[in-house]
Every structure is written in structure tokens, then in C-alpha cells.
Design a protein around this ligand. Sequence first.
Ligand code: MN
Length: 128
Amino acid sequence: MNEKVLIVEDNSQNMKLLEMLLRPRGYHLLKAADGEEALEVATRERPDLIVMDIQLPKLSGLEVTKKLRQMPAFSRTPIIALTAYAMKGDREKFIRAGCNAYLSKPVNTRELLRVLGEMLSPRQRNNH
Ligand code: MN
């Protein structure tokens, strides 16, 4: 049950909130504070799911997502994008880059938990 969830978030306050939300659910949490660190941690730890802030230093969450999708190990890893600056057409842009879902900030915690649970449990049951 201890699925690895990588949280990519450069704002420490938001990071803390996401940790407080996810830790009690029993996820094994990994953290990264910028795009380069996200790639490092992801390739080293192989998370089962990634919660990805889009506005990040060094590499944007969109760039990180595109790079991960080029690697066979990450072709199917669920990626949930979070953004504070949702604009028209963003959803399509994120999905095209390879994100599986997209939530706007401030994050609706119930919604995030729902999406996360949906993306993790069916994979385990169906083994894909
Ligand atoms: Mn940010």
C-alpha cells in the first residue's frame, strides 16, 4: 500500500500543505523543489505518481513532464499538474505535454485526494 508519491513544488508553504494532506494517507512521500531536482528524484526513486507544480525554477513542470514522458520508465506514470495561473487553453497544453490531470491552485484538497486515489488504485488492480 505504500505507493511512492513525488511532490514537486517550489513554494515551501504549499509543499507543507501537500505533505500534511498526503502523509496521513500512508503514501511514501518524495519531494523536489525545482524542475531539475524533480528529474533527479524521479529517475532515482521511480515514484508511482507525481504531483507537479507547473511554475518551477530551472525547468517548468511542463518541461519536466515532457522529458519524463520520453523515458520508457515514465511512459505511464500518472502526473497531476497544479497551476496557479490557469488560462484558456492551458488544460489542452498540459494534457498534450503528458499530464493525466490538471488542478488549479489553491488546490481543492478533496479533489486532489480523489484524483490521486483514482489514478493509483486502478493501476494496482489491473496491473497496468
Ligand atoms: Mn511554483
